[in-house]
Every structure is written in structure tokens, then in C-alpha cells.
Design a protein around this ligand. Structure first.
Ligand SMILES: *Cc1c(COP(=O)(O)O)cnc(C)c1O
Length: 389
């Protein structure tokens, strides 16, 4: 495969001025990851700062409640800052430091990536500016407060729908205009080398989960599920199992108010190949290829594009992609809280909802591993009224 491409997807379709900077970034990434010293420092911080390895938890109560197969969670919610985003933020910040950069910029939807970036900026003594849609600033207020406390500047973006796509637009523009900055991109999207880099730094999820599952059960799970916004937590989990033909990979997208309503962000399920933000992938686009307005209850999932490797995995049939609605995600949120004492992020609750649908149809010896990408404290203000509380 051509470097930076996954089949016909990926690439770097960016303004001429940006190409040399992306090439410089790619060279630095390749050199760094071949350098044992860089790898040792990354692994040390994952252990001593993030708190890895994150746990593997069997949800016996949910399994009993649903009947059928057994459910396991990979607990990325237990990481420092409460989601998988910190794995990637740490890796890229180490790279920024190695490149002599002193200023990080980032986009954020739910605020988890903004928080992770503000966190590593504080750790490494760097300046940090986070672009966030004005709608998301409102629905994820606890994370805005966290970013400010950590010393980051949060720039509200008012264009368009004022959610994640517009935040990426604003961050990309700032990156083009400010050559001294390092753009710490939060998902497995964007022009090359970002999807490859983000996959690399998130692959620790799958590596750990595979090892932990084998150690506990003496075999691999039958299914591995993850929610898909841009696709970073999913590709981090899938990467370890792609070569294990017996493990079925399922990505779960947000069907919002229902696919038939048009109010959703199920890019792989309902989109088609096009260009967005400098790369080729499935996109929810109009006839002219312009990204359409998207919607999800979950601020971390409402993006009209998706990581190019997922587009490739879909076309090749190695992974399948489905969508669950807001209501199903909220119901799964309630189930995990009440039956297991774990408050999941609304994003992660999408993957859980799909698991709850599948479990009753499985045999008792079949196992399903869900990546619990983050914790749900940030979502409580939004969810409690929906649960009548
Ligand atoms: C950001 C986020 C997501 C979605 O991003 P991916 O790149 O698709 O993983 C999912 N879960 C949580 C908790 C998040 O913060």
C-alpha cells in the first residue's frame, strides 16, 4: 500500500503550503517511533502518569440480565483524564517536544481531547489553544472548566452548526496560519500522517486487551466492539485483532434520532466516498461533495467524516459497521450504571447498546469485548433529565 493510504482512502489533500510541514511531521514520527528512547519514555508515562494498563472487567450482571453471551469491558474510562484520548495526546506531545515545538493547538467535540491536550501541555510546559464549537461548549461545560483550570485557552467557534466539524476547520486554519504550532489532532482522521500516527498511539488499547483477555480466558474474544466517531478508540482496539480471523470486529456509529430522519452521524453506514479535511474516506456529503450537517446526542461522535482505515476495513469486509440511536445509547447508559456501577461516556454507551442487542443471540460460551472509551461524568447534566432524574 502507498504510505498514507488505506486502499483508495487516506492521503493528504491539503494546500501546497502545508505539505512540507506534514512531511516534516511524518519524518519526525517515523524517526521517533524507531528510537528506543522515545518509546521507553512513552511507555513510562503511560504507566506512571496515565495509570496503564487499564483494567479488563467482566460484566457478569449484564450478561445474566441479557442472557446469552458474556460481556467484557476494556476500561479506558479509568485512564487519567477519563478517556482513551490521553494515549494519543501523550504520544503526539512527546513528538512535539522532540521537534522543539512549544505551542499545541487542538480541536475538541466532547472536550475529552481538549482536556487531554491541555493536560499534556501543562505536563510539558507548553502553551495550549483548544478550538471548540459553541454548541459543545454549552453541552460539555465540565470539560471547558477543566481545560481552563489546566491553563489552556478555549476558543469558541460559532460557524455553521458550531460543533466538531467547525472546530476542526478552525484548528486547521490556525495550523496553516501559525507555522510554529503543533496540531495535536484528536482522532484517526485528517491528512497523512495523522491517521497512522493516532492509530499507533492508540494501539496500546488493543495490545493490552488482547493480552489480558488471553491471560484470563485462554482464548480470544469472539467479538470486539467500539463506538466510532472519527474512529481512534475503535482502530486502537481493532489493530490488535485484525489478523485474528476468528475475532469479528464491529464499529458502532451514532444513528441519532434514527437514520430515516436524517438527524444522525452514521458516516460509514449511510455515507459515500468523498473528501473532507484533507483526506479521502466515507463522508456524509451532499451531491456536490460538501459535508452535510450531522447530529448525535453525543458531542464526541457528531463528525461527518471517519478515519480512512475504517473505510478500508468496511470495503474489505474485515470489519462491519452498524448504528444505534440516541435512545438506545441512553438506555445502555442506564443499564451499565444500575447493573455494574459504571457510568459510561455517552459515546461509549453506543458500543454498549449494540452489545446489549447482540448478547441474547449469543451462546453462553461466546464472548463480546467492548471498548469502554471513556467515563460519563461529563454527560450527567445532559442524561439525568432523559432518565427522569
Ligand atoms: C472522543 C471520544 C470518542 C470518539 O472518538 P473516536 O476517535 O471515534 O474514538 C469516543 N469516546 C469518548 C469517551 C471520547 O472522548
Amino acid at each position: 500500500m502507498r504510505r498514507g493510504f488505506f486502499g483508495e482512502y487516506g492521503g493528504a489533500f491539503v494546500p501546497e503550503a502545508l505539505l512540507p510541514r506534514l512531511e516534516e511531521l511524518d519524518r519526525a514520527f517515523v524517526e521517533a517511533t524507531a528510537d528506543g528512547e522515545f518509546e521507553r519514555e512513552y511507555v513510562r508515562l503511560l504507566k506512571e502518569y496515565v495509570g496503564r494498563p487499564s483494567a479488563l472487567t467482566e460484566c457478569a450482571n449484564v450478561s445474566r440480565h441479557c442472557g446469552g453471551g458474556r460481556l467484557f469491558l476494556k476500561r479506558e474510562d479509568l485512564n487519567h483524564t477519563g478517556a482513551h484520548k490521553i494515549n494519543n495526546a501523550l504520544g503526539q506531545a512527546l513528538l512535539a517536544r522532540r521537534m522543539g515545538k512549544k505551542e499545541l493547538i487542538a480541536e475538541t467535540g466532547a472536550g475529552m481531547h481538549g482536556t487531554a491536550t491541555a493536560t499534556v501541555a501543562a505536563l510539558f510546559g507548553m502553551k495550549c489553544t483548544v478550538y471548540m464549537g459553541a454548541v459543545d461548549v454549552k453541552r460539555q461545560a465540565p470539560n471547558v472548566a477543566r481545560m481552563k483550570a489546566l491553563g489552556a485557552e478555549v476558543v469558541e467557534v460559532h460557524d455553521g452548526l458550531a460543533t466538531l466539524k467547525e472546530a476542526v476547520d478552525a484548528a486547521l486554519t490556525a495550523y496553516v496560519e501559525q507555522p510554529e504550532t503543533f496540531y495535536l489532532l484528536g482522532s484517526a482522521v485528517g491528512p497523512h500522517p495523522f491517521p497512522t500516527m493516532v492509530r499507533r498511539f492508540q494501539s496500546v488499547i488493543g495490545r493490552e486487551a488482547r493480552e489480558q483477555f488471553l491471560a484470563r480466558e485462554g482464548r480470544l474474544p469472539d467479538y470486539a466492539l467500539a463506538c466510532v466517531g472519527g474512529g481512534s478508540n475503535a482502530i486502537g482496539l481493532f489493530s490488535a485483532f485484525v489478523d485474528d480471523a476468528s475475532v469479528k470486529l464491529v464499529g458502532v456509529e451514532p444513528a441519532g434520532r434514527g437514520l430515516h430522519t436524517g438527524d444522525h452521524a452514521a458516516t460509514l453506514v449511510a455515507g459515500r466516498p468523498s473528501l473532507i479535511h484533507g483526506f479521502r474516506s466515507y463522508v456524509l456529503a451532499d451531491g456536490a461533495g460538501e459535508p452535510l450537517p450531522v447530529y448525535s446526542i453525543s458531542a464526541g461522535l457528531d463528525y461527518p467524516g471517519v478515519g480512512p482505515e475504517h473505510a478500508f476495513l468496511k470495503d474489505s469486509g474485515r470489519a462491519s459497521y452498524v448504528a444505534v440511536t440516541d435512545d438506545e445509547a441512553v438506555e445502555a447508559f442506564r443499564t451499565l450504571c444500575r447493573l455494574e456501577g459504571i457510568i459510561p461516556a455517552l459515546e461509549s454507551a453506543h458500543a454498549l447498546a449494540q452489545a446489549l442487542k447482540m448478547l441474547p443471540g449469543l451462546r453462553e460460551d461466546e464472548t463480546l469485548l467492548v471498548n469502554l472509551s471513556g467515563r460519563g461524568d461529563k454527560d450527567l447534566d445532559q442524561v439525568l433529565p432523559l432518565l427522569g432524574l
